[in-house]
Design a protein around this ligand. Structure first.
Ligand SMILES: [Zn+2]
Length: 106
């Protein structure tokens, strides 16, 4: 077995058993943006991690980025007050924290 093959096996084991390889938020953002702003290998990594493994922490992150992207194009009306935080934000943040603590708690 060649070293690359061993490496791939080890990475696959880590992804499925340890979940230590969550892509950074900026990588998730680039993945959502598409348009060649992400290397092919990185795109495959994120796609596998989020869609195949269904990493809960990263799915939350992706949903958050999508919501932010959807909200971004509309500029605030002049003189309007800052919008209140979306409902459920605190709950979502709590959930993210819980997921991260759980995934570290080995
Ligand atoms: Zn993840």
């Amino acid at each position: 077995m060649d070293p690359q093959e061993l490496f791939d096996l080890e990475i696959g084991r880590l992804w499925t058993e340890e979940r230590v390889s969550c892509p950074h938020r900026t990588l998730l953002q680039a993945y959502l943006d598409g348009r060649g702003s992400i290397e092919k290998g990185a795109r495959e990594f994120v796609a596998f991690h989020v869609e195949e493994l269904g990493c809960p922490a990263c799915r939350v992150e992706v949903e958050d980025l999508k919501a932010a992207a959807a909200a971004a194009p509309a500029p605030a009306a002049p003189g309007s007050a800052a919008p209140p935080p979306p409902a459920g934000t605190a709950k979502r943040l709590l959930t993210e924290t819980q997921i991260r603590e759980r995934s570290r708690g080995k």
